[in-house]
Design a protein around this ligand. Structure first.
Ligand SMILES: CC(C)(COP(=O)(O)OP(=O)(O)OC[C@H]1O[C@@H](n2cnc3c(N)ncnc32)[C@H](O)[C@@H]1OP(=O)(O)O)[C@@H](O)C(=O)NCCC(=O)NCCS
Length: 184
């Protein structure tokens, strides 16, 4: 059993794996087109050439990444696939120097094994604006927010009272205009 980065042809298997757990709300459903678009976020677990598990690491920025869509095929649960999957995703987060890894779950005890601790949704405005605002359970969420690492001090999505990095778009446009005039 080993992990590897997912490739485009794996999207169909990932779709099937996630579907096992999305009908009852355990996992957010992911459509096939969305999986094709985001397949590079995914790691898969292979056993004798068969894909038996998947999980994704979604990047918000250097301040935050999210572990998503963790699924091990029902027939392979309890054989260590979940552990090597989370270890692989955390190793990727480290490679990318991301300060905080977050996730939302109903099985916090599983993720506590990997050093995650409970937090609040409000600690991660990016997650709220990416998913929660579109979720029918926005005001009745029964998932535990968890983090590993430093809580984010900034956000990049949506309205937030957390200070955003200031990007002077006008100044960038002016510089681009000057360059294009200079180059004729
Ligand atoms: C959760 C899940 C990924 C675990 O995968 P797995 O391959 O069965 O897990 P492993 O065999 O690698 O177990 C690793 C450790 O986690 C523990 N564990 C497994 N499932 C657990 C659970 N639901 N709650 C708490 N601990 C759990 C195991 O006892 C084991 O502990 P140990 O190493 O101390 O013996 C798998 O059960 C699954 O796909 N569940 C349905 C989808 C889901 O809930 N995804 C997470 C949504 S946030």
């Amino acid at each position: 059993m080993h992990t590897r980065n997912a490739k485009l042809p794996d999207a169909q298997h990932i779709h099937t794996l996630i579907k096992n757990y999305s009908h009852d709300g355990t996992l957010l459903p992911r459509s096939l087109p969305e999986l094709y678009e985001n397949v590079r976020d995914f790691v898969v677990v292979e056993d004798e050439g068969k894909i038996i598990g998947c999980g994704a690491l979604h990047m918000y920025g250097p301040h935050l990444t999210e572990v998503r869509s963790i699924a091990v095929s029902p027939a392979y649960k309890g054989k260590g696939a979940g552990r090597i999957l989370i270890d692989a995703l955390l190793a990727q987060a480290e490679e990318h120097d991301v300060k905080c890894v977050c996730l939302f779950t109903r099985i916090p005890d599983f993720f506590a094994l990997f050093g995650f601790r409970a937090a609040t949704r409000e600690d991660m405005p990016d997650k709220i604006y990416k998913d929660c605002v579109n979720c029918p359970r926005l005001h009745a969420c029964d998932e535990v927010a968890m983090v590993r690492g430093e809580l984010p001090k900034m956000a990049v999505l949506g309205a937030s009272n957390i200070q955003l990095p200031i990007i002077d778009v006008k100044m960038i446009e002016k510089q681009m205009y000057k360059k294009s005039v200079a180059s004729g």
